[in-house]
Design a binder for this molecule. Structure first.
Ligand code: DGT
Ligand code: CA
Ligand code: CA
Ligand code: ZN
Length: 603
């Protein structure tokens, strides 16, 4: 799960009941803040901070409300990552609604400083110095001390470091005004369901950037069809929903509100059936796409707006019932929402040359995931049985635990991998098929070497190589060296960005992608919601250069396998067809892909 708990993202914790949501979510948030307090207090509290983060992870993944497990200290003790002391705090919280230790910590550590530790470039030690020497108490103070140059008086704060801090602040701000696609999808679909359930609503759809599946979302847009006479009633009833917080605007045809306890805005518009296509087209955007279409209509003597297509001279209505009708009228192929960014899709549609975009149902397997052997939450058998049941279309999954230098992620030693191979063989035997593939996410070291010996690497079914260090450097050389390695099949999360937290490191993309194509090395679209890496425009570049792409969830627990749809969305936005994506094929084609690289590299 994504654990930035200072924004709207706290709503992404998924549980089956409303109570579970509030207990588990609130407790996870308290523990996350406690961990941050301990980090702030200094390295001697490091283990406590880690213990609380561990508990956050466990609680966030519970399928039931925490109270179900909380009969006494020892029953909680049985949960992974929860020791006696934390168990006591959980009971205290369930009993009194408060945790005394936390109340005490709140007095010791200025709470507005905690969110600053989530910003790249601001560790606890830095924040402490800023607080103690410059009386920085929150983000505003920090910005002021940078702008007024006071920060340069401190030892160790030179131009370069402060530049880096400014970039971190900028990312943070962008992040807090936009949501991750995954959170917006979940929330958007919940609200959509409510709208669809209102009496009088005949049909409702998500529009805006959410329908285009952009990686971050500013606000949620919904279009609904209803007869005009019912509009007022529908708006009134919707605004009475318990999901609605502050109402921003409310008229006869539309309403805007903030979702309760959050800063997420929802815009909803009601239309009549015959104008639905025009409204959907308009409010799906993008704005640039719309402007381009409107110009085309104008050249034909028509006017295109959110109500329909009209003849300029007579004002006569020509079309607008369906999006398809409007594209057809303009001599265009239907353009999928993910492509509507005016990045060349209209020109292709004119020539009937749009790619037939990949769909989720074409995915045959997941190419990256972590088990309990490293930092995943579940055993290999549990993962395999879950996938068999929930993703029956999958023919294989690849377990890719970390290599030794990833100590924080409990990376495996070579001998552990050999033991893991035996376990995979055993589980496959139980499943009566060759379902689980032996993979690894091997670290690319500082000099571009890999973190495991060739002799071991050659035994894996699938080797993904990724960078987990030196994010401030140009990493073209390291990645190219990894591509040139004969046993590397794929580059994982190639740009290293974390949306809103860490910018991508510098890479000469054309050079790298060309190398990937030349060496028959695949490039991953990592579907973790805060990665979505490779991102859409680089995916486009990659397929132009004939690079093979994989989509994988990099799941660390069972709830994360559903992220595949986000990876597919990125691929679609990049214009991928089924053919561009390696894991739309049976495993024997993947073997052939590996064989090709082998042949190329031994030339
Ligand atoms: P977001 O919410 O920032 O993630 O992005 P969108 O694309 O959802 O933008 P939003 O919610 O402001 O507006 C929804 C759609 O409405 C947008 O994609 C296109 C259309 N739209 C909004 N304002 C304008 C405008 O000034 N001109 C045109 N042509 N279309 C607009
Ligand atoms: Ca929007
Ligand atoms: Ca909007
Ligand atoms: Zn990784």
């Amino acid at each position: 799960m994504f654990t930035c708990l200072f924004g709207v993202y706290k709503m992404s914790v998924k549980n089956s009941t409303a109570i579970a949501r509030s207990h588990n979510t609130e407790l996870a948030e308290i523990f996350h803040r406690m961990a941050a307090c301990y980090r702030y207090l200094g390295p001697e509290h490091r283990f406590r901070a880690m213990a609380y983060e561990g508990a956050v992870k466990t609680i966030s993944n519970l399928r039931e409300d925490i109270s179900v497990y909380a009969t006494d200290v020892s029953s909680l003790d049985n949960l992974k990552g929860i020791g006696e002391s934390i168990a006591e705090k959980i009971l205290e919280y369930l009993d009194t609604g408060k945790i005394k230790t936390y109340e005490k910590l709140k007095k010791e550590v200025p709470q507005d400083l905690l969110e600053l530790m989530d910003i790249n470039g601001f560790g606890p030690a830095t924040i402490k110095i800023l607080h103690e020497s410059l009386q920085v108490n929150n983000r505003e103070d920090l910005i002021a001390s940078i702008e007024l140059g006071r920060i340069f008086k401190l030892k160790g704060f030179g131009e370069k470091r402060v530049e880096n801090m400014k970039r971190g602040l900028k990312l943070f701000k962008e992040f807090h005004t936009r949501m991750l696609l995954s959170d917006a999808l979940e929330l958007g679909n919940e609200i959509l369901l409510e709208v669809q359930g209102l009496t009088g609503v005949q049909k409702a759809m998500l529009a805006g950037s959410l329908r285009r599946m952009k990686e971050t979302i500013g606000d949620i847009d919904i279009i609904a069809i209803a007869e005009r006479k019912n509009w007022k009633k529908i708006i009134t009833r919707l605004l009475q929903s318990e999901k609605v917080g502050r109402i921003l605007a409310s008229g006869d045809t539309k309403a805007s509100f903030l979702v309760k306890n959050s800063t997420v805005q929802v815009d909803i518009r009601l239309v009549q059936e015959f104008e639905f296509g025009a409204a959907l087209l308009y409010f799906t955007g993008s704005k640039e796409h719309n402007i381009h279409l409107r110009l085309m209509a104008k050249e034909k003597g028509w006017k295109l707006n959110e109500y329909g297509v009209f003849d300029v001279k007579t004002d006569k209505w020509i079309a607008g019932h369906k999006e398809e009708d409007i594209y057809k009228l303009l001599d265009l192929e239907f353009i999928e929402p993910e492509l509507r960014e005016d990045r060349g899709e209209i020109e292709l549609a004119l020539k009937n040359k749009l790619p037939k975009l990949i769909e989720s149902r074409a995915i045959c397997g997941d190419m990256q995931m972590h088990s309990m052997w490293s930092d995943g939450a579940e055993s290999i058998e549990t993962i395999a049985r879950f996938i068999e049941k929930e993703f029956p279309q999958y023919e294989y999954i690849v377990i890719t635990d970390h290599s030794p230098s990833e100590r924080l992620a409990r990376g495996l030693n070579p001998q552990d991998f050999i033991k893991q191979f035996d376990e995979i063989d055993e589980v496959n035997k139980k499943l009566k098929k060759d379902f689980i593939k032996k993979g690894v996410e091997v670290d690319i070291l500082a000099n571009g070497d890999l973190d495991l010996p060739d002799e071991l690497l050659s035994q894996f079914d699938w080797v993904t190589a990724s960078i987990h260090s030196l994010f401030n450097k140009d990493n073209t050389g390291r990645l190219i060296k990894a591509c040139e390695h004969p046993f590397v099949h794929c580059i994982g999360h190639p740009s290293g960005r974390l949306i809103g937290k860490r910018e991508a490191y510098t890479v000469d993309w054309v050079k790298l992608l060309q190398k990937a194509a030349d060496t028959n090395t695949a490039i991953e679209i990592n579907a973790q919601p805060n990665r979505l890496d490779l991102k859409d425009d680089l995916v486009k570049k990659a397929i132009e250069l004939k690079v093979t792409i994989t989509i994988s969830t990099d799941a660390h627990d069972l709830n994360q396998f559903k992220f595949m749809q986000l990876g597919v969305a990125v691929a679609r936005r990049g214009g991928c067809t089924r053919k561009n994506i390696l894991n739309t094929n049976p495993w024997k084609s993947i073997e052939a892909f590996k064989e090709n690289k082998h042949r190329l590299m031994s030339k």
